[in-house]
Design a binder for this molecule. Structure first.
Ligand SMILES: Cc1ncc(COP(=O)(O)O)c(C=O)c1O
Length: 462
């Protein structure tokens, strides 16, 4: 397989990063669009100068030649991580060896790191535990939720647009419990939930479209029917306020390698509402969640509180890399992150509108702020090739089959200049694509994406 056919348009697993080829030389950030400084580039410079969260960018390893808009898949490396990991390896592991389980706080790291994530997702201490993958935590949450559901429940609901692993695991969990699974669009859950529904598993932000689902409204509707609300926060945690405690969410899971910048394969987390913790029965009752883990009792007695979410020996290197990455959040509020995220995605949409030739891309990300996460997804003809070309020119996003270009905005390090440059390069690539189509077939062959209703960034910005 040739390099280009292997490298099919940055289609990589979530979190597995993007194929960053060496960037082609690009014009300096000064961004001259042929006739002096581009208007939008000048605006970007003003917004960056005025904007919040400008200092946090320096706390990440990023290069000047690349616009990195794939933090919704794999967050950039925080500068605090390499030194911390070097210390964990050379001193804590190399010198202290087994003593580090106590002396370096390894044993309690899952709860300690959970408490660092807690304020970011709107939870009090003692409600979040870190460990295992998101997929494994979905299994714990769904089976644990089914076990807490009222007798007489016959089904669970699953977000019909879910990231696939959630659906696979929910089906398996339901099969084990003898329940049916009903896929339902998030917007329909309030109408579809019945007294026979044990729980619904819903994505807070749709990984493909970037749509933000109504967590407070859906949670309340589930509760009024007596069902539990289980949320997947992979694409919202660290990008926008979640308010788990405030909205009475029952169970939630999320990964830490996207907006929390924990690194490839960094451990996920499980949230259990405080009032449910003593009823939570893990389907994976490993020795780490035993009330007396070193008692080596053949019988299982669950620990109290959030410790029930633990399973086996934690992945210390990844967990402590994540802990170091979370230092960036000291003094940063999720509300200011959200404000900047919306400003960045608004500005990117405006720039795409300005630079992209008509009819070549269409935003599938809702324009209304209350329905938008922190990514912009654009439908485009030949999205795979378009993203390949963007990456070659130093703009790294990714694409999801069949036709979606995804651009993730991480307010801790993405600048308005990044947004403008990405839109400019996208415009260039799309213009060249349109010219090729015109030359090939008098402008009609490669059908452009059906024209959007109005401009790509239509709407009123509300
Ligand atoms: C929304 C969502 N849920 C679940 C997962 C699966 O996570 P993991 O591979 O860590 O189990 C992902 C991965 O990116 C995701 O985006």
């Amino acid at each position: 397989m040739s390099e280009s056919s292997e490298n099919t348009g940055a289609q990589r697993p979530e979190g597995a990063g993007s194929p960053e080829r060496p960037a082609a030389p690009r014009q300096p950030a000064g961004a001259s669009g042929g006739s002096g400084l581009r208007k939008e580039a000048a605006r970007a410079a003003e917004l960056d100068a005025a904007g919040p969260l400008t200092a946090t960018r320096d706390r990440f390893v990023l290069d000047e030649d690349t616009v990195y808009l794939d933090g919704n898949s794999l967050g950039a490396l925080p500068r605090s991580v390499p030194g911390r990991i070097a210390d964990v390896i050379t001193r804590e592991w190399g010198e202290l060896r087994i003593r580090s389980w106590t002396e370096s706080g390894w044993w309690t790291a899952p709860e300690r790191v959970g408490d660092r994530i807690a304020p970011i997702v709107g939870a009090a201490p003692g409600r979040v535990v870190v460990g295992d993958s998101t997929s494994v935590n979905i299994f714990k949450a769904v089976v644990g939720g089914i076990r807490m559901a009222g007798k007489g429940c016959t089904e669970i609901l699953v977000d019909a647009t879910t990231f696939p692993t959630d659906g696979y695991i929910a089906r398996s969990a339901a099969r084990m419990a003898g329940l049916a699974v009903r896929p339902v669009e998030p917007a329909r859950i309030a109408d579809e939930v019945t007294e026979r529904t044990a729980l619904a598993l819903v994505n807070h932000v749709d990984y493909r479209t970037g749509e933000l689902n109504d967590l407070p409204g859906i949670t309340a509707a589930l509760h009024s029917a007596g069902a539990l609300a289980v949320w997947d926060l992979c694409h919202s945690a660290g990008a926008l306020p979640v308010g788990l405690d405030a909205h009475g969410v029952d169970l939630a899971v999320g990964c830490t390698y996207k907006y929390l910048n924990g690194g490839p394969g960094s451990p996920a987390y499980l949230y259990i509402r405080e009032s449910l913790q003593e009823r939570f029965e893990s389907p994976l009752p490993g020795w780490n969640s035993h009330a007396d883990p070193f008692g080596m009792d053949p019988g299982y007695t669950p620990a109290g509180g959030i410790l029930r979410g633990r399973v086996g020996t934690p992945d210390i290197l990844s967990l402590l890399a994540l802990e170091a990455a979370l230092e960036i959040w000291d003094g940063v509020s999720i509300e200011e992150v959200r404000t900047k995220s919306l400003a960045l995605t608004d500005f990117f949409l405006e720039c795409v509108n300005e630079y992209a030739p008509p009819g070549r891309v269409r935003s599938v990300t809702p324009y209304e702020h209350r329905r938008r996460g922190s990514q912009v997804s654009l439908e485009s003809v030949g999205a795979g090739e378009v993203m390949e070309e963007l990456i070659r020119r130093g703009v790294v996003g990714d694409f999801r089959r069949p036709d979606v270009l995804r651009f993730g905005f991480t307010p801790l390090y993405t600048t308005f200049a990044d947004a403008e440059r990405a839109a400019w390069v996208l415009g260039e690539v799309l213009r060249e694509q349109a010219d090729r189509d015109t030359a090939a077939d008098a402008g009609t062959a490669t059908a452009a994406v059906p024209p959007a209703e109005g401009p790509v960034a239509g709407g009123d910005g509300g």
